[in-house]
Design a protein around this ligand. Structure first.
Ligand SMILES: [Zn+2]
Length: 479
């Protein structure tokens, strides 16, 4: 559509923006940015596209801080949506249908070269993705640690370190490598020296290795057995070590996919101002009692109902800073039996609806606070200050919400993953429309602008003063 003389790309009318002020607002967008917000009935002029929100909530698009789109297994390349040429295309549609406009996505796991992985991931995403992507790097050995300067120059400013994966488990997962504590010290120092940030998968490899052997000998046949093979003490031990070593190096660090109170206590005791905690909806909404069998295998594991409730309480108390889905693209064929099932759950298209349903409708949290947890805190932490808010100058990443009751059905999620661990659960809110970079990318089950492509956000950092962004990450009191 051609723009009118005023250049407006989009006007969203009759939008509810606040819990306390029910005045309906109009939002005008030009060149991907919000340029005007008006009160009731004020006309902002004609636009190429007009979307009437009809009094619905309009909130910033979700930022999923933890996704593994395109982390595929070659044996499923033939499955539609799970190949190298279409996984970003399909999963980004699933994300839009769930109100996620930006994913912080991990580059394909190396080794050998982090830079090669980044270039391959970026090329595939650039041609396919309908959401904005910021790539996290992964450091699996010291060769990749040596690539940090070049990776930073290429726009990567977050690097994930793994602690749990050893021996046979690492081989089964296609060669995921963990750093030992001495290597972590060196990696944190190198990351800090380049004004970048660390992300840590915190499960202690020694404890996990011991417990996994023990459970395997007993015969792993339940989610409880899988949980015992990766106990919470492994997460607490690793989180404590990671924050201690990161503080010593003055390196900002996020403990990802937190599943235990031990990790939360470690952060409180550490007091390292550069630390942050990410959690996932599945640690509140799925448990070892969920009737999902080996499909529920994920690391860290689902916990018992009491701990899941305690994680909800911790989120309500402000102990978690932001959420990721840890979206994995294993089809059900990769999740058949307890021994061979790949760890990881799909979830990018349900993160925002599930968190709104659970925290707002079931626990009374404000929508504004959910916005902090699903976009604003992550935007501030990861150097995207024009996201996570609806204000003049902000990026026009918007979600218009429907409210009511809707059953979750995997075949309605627009994902290549053919099952959902949340199948049959009831949502109380979900996207009616999703706007990405000012483009109406999703509307009521359809994708009206299929040629739209999201922004590759690492490019914003190639010429940005990283030290300033990082100083904000360290000193801001997220959560
Ligand atoms: Zn992950």
């Amino acid at each position: 559509m051609t723009s009118p003389d005023n250049g407006l790309q989009l006007v969203v009318t009759n939008a509810r923006l606040s819990s306390t002020d029910t005045t309906l607002r109009n939002i005008a967008v030009r060149d991907g940015h919000i340029v005007a917000i008006s009160g009731d009935g004020e006309d902002l002029g004609p636009a190429a596209t007009t979307l009437d929100a009809e009094g619905r909530w309009v909130i910033p698009g979700a930022i999923d801080t933890h996704a593994h789109i395109n982390q595929r297994a070659p044996e499923f390349n033939h499955v539609p949506g799970l190949g190298p040429d279409d996984n970003f295309a399909v999963e980004s549609r699933g994300a839009l249908a769930g109100g996620c406009t930006t994913a912080l996505n991990y580059v394909q796991f190396g080794p050998p070269s982090l830079l090669d992985s980044y270039r391959m991931s970026l090329a595939a995403a650039t041609s396919q993705s309908m959401i904005n992507l910021l790539f996290h790097g992964c450091l699996m050995d010291m060769g990749q640690v040596a690539e940090i300067p070049e990776a930073v120059a290429g726009g990567i400013r977050t690097f994930k370190l793994f602690m749990p994966y050893r021996g046979e488990e690492a081989r089964n997962l296609g060669g995921i490598g963990s750093l030992n504590h001495a290597e972590m010290r060196l990696a944190f120092a190198e990351i800090a020296a380049h004004n970048a940030q660390a992300l840590v998968h915190a499960e202690d490899g020694d404890i996990v290795d011991h417990c996994m052997r023990h459970e395997a000998a007993l015969g792993l046949d339940s989610l409880s057995g899988w949980e015992r093979s990766r106990p919470t003490i492994a997460e607490g031990d690793a989180a404590w070590t990671a924050m201690y070593l990161a503080e010593e190096a003055r390196c900002p660090v996020t403990i990802v996919h937190v599943s235990s109170l031990e990790a939360i206590r470690a952060r409180q005791a550490s007091g390292w101002s550069g630390s942050a905690l990410e959690s996932c909806a599945h640690y509140m909404l799925l448990t070892t009692d969920s009737a999902i069998g080996p499909e529920g295998k994920v690391a860290p594991p689902l916990r018992d109902p009491q701990l899941a409730e305690a994680i909800t309480a911790a989120v309500l108390a402000g102990d978690i800073d932001f959420f990721g889905s840890d979206h994995n693209v294993w089809p059900s064929a990769a999740k058949k039996d307890w021994d061979s099932a790949k760890p990881g759950l799909p979830g990018i298209g349900l993160m925002l609806p599930l968190l709104l349903t659970h925290l707002v409708y079931e626990r009374g949290m404000s929508v504004e606070r959910v916005v902090e947890l699903t976009s604003r805190n992550a935007a501030d932490r990861f150097g995207l200050p024009s996201k996570g808010r609806i204000e003049i100058g902000a990026d026009a990443d918007l979600v218009v919400l429907d409210e009511g009751r809707r059953l979750i059905r995997a075949d309605e999620l627009h994902s290549a993953v053919d099952y959902s661990p949340y199948e049959g659960m009831t949502l109380r809110a979900w996207p009616y429309a999703t706007v990405c970079g000012g483009t109406l990318a999703y509307l009521d089950g359809k994708f009206p602008n299929p040629d739209f492509r999201g922004e590759m956000l690492n490019q914003r950092f190639t010429d940005t003063n990283l030290s300033e962004i990082n100083r904000a990450a360290v000193t801001s009191e997220v959560g």
